[in-house]
Design a protein around this ligand. Structure first.
Ligand code: ADP
Length: 399
């Protein structure tokens, strides 16, 4: 059989991440990012054969323009002939999907229907699917859902204490996100620590621009911190995470905010950015913290405290813990945040190995607790593209 490649597409609200990967070994033949789409300074950056390139995209380029540019690049570099499938990251699969799916008209209709729950992401995902179908009409297209891994959550974990009709009639419930990442790093952790596949308790902390925590029992998600939308849960770069829902009344009735103002504030102006009044970027916050910046210090303290509380809460569904995994840009790189979170949870008996914690950065995986710690904390770089590639290749064989 000839070499098999998969084109992986991840359409964000104003970005497109892409990769052409070898489905056997995960080798990346082409990777890149088109960003600031729908703006006057959209660009596409990519890496191929070890060399990096960057080009401006036309004024107001949208996802379709970005994908057309990518397709031209794929054809120019003669990468198309070994591509056996296109794998799409789709943010919200609602209750329709418990796993990845070959995209049919029914699947497309369900993604469209779910767009109401993810108005920023699902429409971008759909544009990506349509553009890829037009560019590669003969290839199977596969959707890999951020929500699918969490469909195993029990009802008492995913229901809000709201009128039940909101769930029955409108699907208002907790769905959770980052499922591909939680699934990947928990499986890698179980492998690395030789935990029995049918008997383990793992907590994963995916800490990127968005942050979520997941409780995984014997390979399945039993609870996660994001909810109906990615706003719920721990503190993030610009999102508040959990707040008192009564804040909505206060802001609208007392301060004259509109519903849209509240949403913008909670999603885009809160979190690390809101508290520090400096940046949403963890690197900037850490530099300022090391310089003694008061609000950056506060932002880090709140971030770590809330994260530790969330992790401790998952001792309830798991009735114990074998491993805590850090991943995502912050989880994979910030030894400062990892040390602070583990210190809050030192009652669990673990101790941070300072050298190992410093070493496990910049793409290096590794255990960061001492050998004598009763529970292991470790860093595992996530690789959502590789998961999407594998699922797409597997499902393409079945078409
Ligand atoms: P996304 O959720 O968009 O995929 P990433 O997983 O790339 O984001 O994570 C982005 C976050 O990771 C940013 O807050 C960034 O500051 C943080 N980060 C990246 N490198 C470092 C580092 N060396 N130290 C601390 N934080 C880092």
């Amino acid at each position: 059989m000839s070499v098999q490649h998969v084109l992986v597409l991840n359409c964000g609200s104003s970005s497109l991440k892409f990769a052409v990967m070898n489905a056997e070994n995960g080798e990346e033949l082409l990777t890149g990012l088109a960003e600031r789409l729908l703006n006057d300074d959209a660009t596409i950056k990519y890496k191929i054969d070890g060399s990096k390139h960057q080009n401006a995209l036309p004024y107001n380029a949208d996802h379709k323009v970005a994908i057309d540019t990518l397709v031209a690049l794929i054809n120019e570099r003669a990468l198309a002939e070994n591509i056996i499938a296109v794998g799409h990251r789709v943010v919200h699969g609602g209750e329709h999907f418990t796993g990845s799916q070959v995209i049919t008209n029914e699947v497309l209709a369900a993604i469209e229907q779910t767009a109401q729950l993810a108005p920023l992401h699902n429409p971008a995902n759909l544009t990506g699917i349509e553009a890829a179908q037009a560019a590669f009409p003969a290839l199977p297209q596969v959707a890999v859902f951020d929500t699918a891994f969490h469909q195993t959550m029990p009802k008492h974990a995913y229901l809000y204490a709201l009128p039940y009709s909101l769930y029955k009639e409108h699907g208002v419930r907790r769905y959770g996100f980052h499922g591909t990442s939680h699934n990947f790093v928990s499986a890698e952790a179980a492998k690395a620590l030789a935990l029995p596949t049918d008997e383990h308790r793992i907590i994963t902390a995916h800490l990127g621009n968005g942050c979520s925590v997941c409780a995984i029992k014997n390979g399945v998600s039993v609870d996660t911190s994001m909810g109906l939308t990615p706003l719920e849960g721990v503190v993030m770069g610009t999102r508040s995470g959990d707040i008192d829902p009564g804040l909505f009344d206060f802001l609208t009735a007392q301060l004259g905010y509109s519903a849209e103002d509240v949403s913008t504030m909670l999603n885009k102006q809160s979190g690390l950015l809101g508290i520090s009044e400096l940046s949403n970027d963890c690197r900037t916050i850490e530099e300022a913290y090391l310089d003694g910046h008061e609000q950056a210090t506060l932002a880090l303290d709140i971030f770590c405290y809330r994260l530790a509380k969330q992790i401790a809460a998952y001792l309830v569904p798991l009735s114990g813990l074998d491993a805590l995994v850090f991943t995502g840009g912050i989880g994979e790189n910030s030894d400062i945040i990892r040390a602070k979170v583990l210190a809050h949870l030192s009652f669990l008996g673990w101790q941070v190995d300072a050298q190992k914690n410093t070493d496990a950065r910049f793409g290096n995986a590794g255990i960061i607790t001492t050998d004598s710690s009763p529970i292991t904390a470790l860093v595992i770089p996530t690789n959502e593209e590789w998961m999407i590639c594998q699922d797409a290749a597997r499902l393409a064989q079945e078409v």
